[in-house]
Design a protein around this ligand. Sequence first.
Ligand SMILES: [Zn+2]
Ligand SMILES: [Zn+2]
Length: 353
Amino acid sequence: MSAAVASLQSIRLRRAMLVSPRHLEIRDFIPPRPGPGEVLLHVRCALSCGTDLKAWRRGHPLWKMPMPLGHEFSGVVAEVGEGVEGFKAGDEIMAAPTAPCGECFYCGRGQENLCAAAIEKMVLGAYGDMLLLPAHIVRSNAFVKPHDLPFEEAALLEPLSCVVHAQAMAKPEKHETVLIVGAGPFGLLHMMALRSAGVREVVIVGRGDARLRWAGEFGADRVIDSRRQDAAAIASRLNGGFGPDLVIECTGQVEGWTDALARTRRGGRVVFFGGCPPGTALSVDTRRMHYDGLTLLAPFHYRPRDVRRSYELLAEGGLGAGRIINEHRRLSDLSEVFSMMDRSAVLKCAVIP
Ligand SMILES: [Zn+2]
Ligand SMILES: [Zn+2]
């Protein structure tokens, strides 16, 4: 055991556990020693995420409570297990919380985003002092963080990977007009990624004064307030009256999906990015879909190549993605973070142990 880890045993380490819906406890936590291929890290920053909020509200279908929470993180390596290459104690590190098995049907076809093992073995527990990274993540979805990239921005690796994956499917082009439906963290990340790709016109439709103001500040060419303006009429006038070439849905609500479909120009593409509640269905006008030649895309999760691209985008520093982190709290105030998220009073909150 290294001296650094030995001394940790004498201080109290904590980890947040969701014990029942809307009830978090900060519990003592003794991290396991890293096994072969594993890396133990000191968490420096964990980011709040809508997925955490869903679990906080009603539990998670995949995991039993009490369960650890938090999957967007960055940190410093405390100790590495046997056979780990590329990382050593003291390295600043950023990683995705999942990685594919590399052996299943989907992995064999380059659709690693659909690998069941990736989701089953997702790392949770970033709301805590320390986190153990399993070998499969260390192998394919972990990176040494550039020193000048802030820990909190590095923790955006996972959400940005989802955005990168979606845009890799949508293939936005420089001359295009893109409409984003929903001005939450993902809508804004999509906008920043499109901006950095040089897309000509990026328009956001959403609700909530603060979010719409941020959308404008962060670079949207135009912001449409769906509560006060006729979004359909405004969207139809975009792009010389043809409507947007590409619409990216980021609300995760069927109404958002329906709107996204309706706003897309003839021959355009729709990206259904936000996952809707289970049991919901989308009604599609088959005539419009066929005779207007629409392309419907529904990207989920990310592949290692998306994580690498996301890492490059963050490392290059041109996105300004850190701007969506607009609150900072200590781990001891985690319950407050969740009630802020519950009221949509925060885009992303950096939780610092
Ligand atoms: Zn997330
Ligand atoms: Zn697989």
